[in-house]
Design a protein around this ligand. Sequence first.
Ligand code: 0WD
Length: 256
Amino acid sequence: NVSLEGRTYVVMGVANKRSIAWGIARSLHEAGARLIFTYAAERFEKSVRDLVATLEGQDALFYECDVTDDESIENTFEQIQEDVGTIHGLAHCIAFANKEELKGDYLNTSRDGFLTAHNISSYSLTAVARAVKPLMTEGGGIVTLTYLGGERVVPNYNVMGVAKASLDASVKYLAESLGSSGIRVNAISAGPIRTLSAKGVGDFNTILKDIEERAPLRRPTTQEEVGDTAYFLLSDFSRGVTGEMIHVDSGFHIIG
Ligand code: 0WD
């Protein structure tokens, strides 16, 4: 059964309609899921609520959750537990690095910049997984978003690539930690998509053009493609899959 009717999923990281998290939210919504949205700070609340209002018949809930703050994470998931009880899955679509370190030479990465990128983009998955575990009483799935720049050197991706490598390893360790609780942990390695975060990456247009010209499918990745793969990973169709990374990138990762 692929319907997500009667299931509840947490989606973290909707900033605007271009967000990959928004593509995931729409796919889950269309499959009949109830959605819970978290946003980093109060100033994002209105835009998330306005977007979600366009999802017909969606009885969504909204919570502030700053993933740099353990107390914020704990409070958020305690509140969600109080309000809805059981959760069936979570999409972690959060990353951050200082803009000045997403260009030029990786060698110049500062200690602060390195730690910030790893804190928000990698450690947050572990912290969130620990917080959501008690709510996932029926098992389920956790999905995060990663990028090819964690597997090989992509110009300008720099410290974010190193953070994604850490995130990718985390996915495997978390899959082992949570497997006995029936919770699967997987990553989607998305091709470049023009979002708010992508704007911070130096020479992003060149990366995008390269995909259109050289990826086997000769077209850029869409939020919908990532959304539908997240739907697969959060549904029973993928019940035997954990600790995995699926590339949704028009096949670009196989090209040398
Ligand atoms: O090309 C791309 N856009 C790709 C993105 C290719 C492959 C992977 N990804 C990844 C990103 O690295 C990230 O992990 O996808 C994920 C989502 O990124 P996005 O959709 O490209 O970017 P964006 O729309 O800017 O969303 C990033 C979110 C924002 O959400 P909210 O709702 O909070 O505005 O990350 C959030 C950011 O605010 N974020 C935080 N959320 C909670 N606590 C924090 C924080 N401290 N910092 C940033």
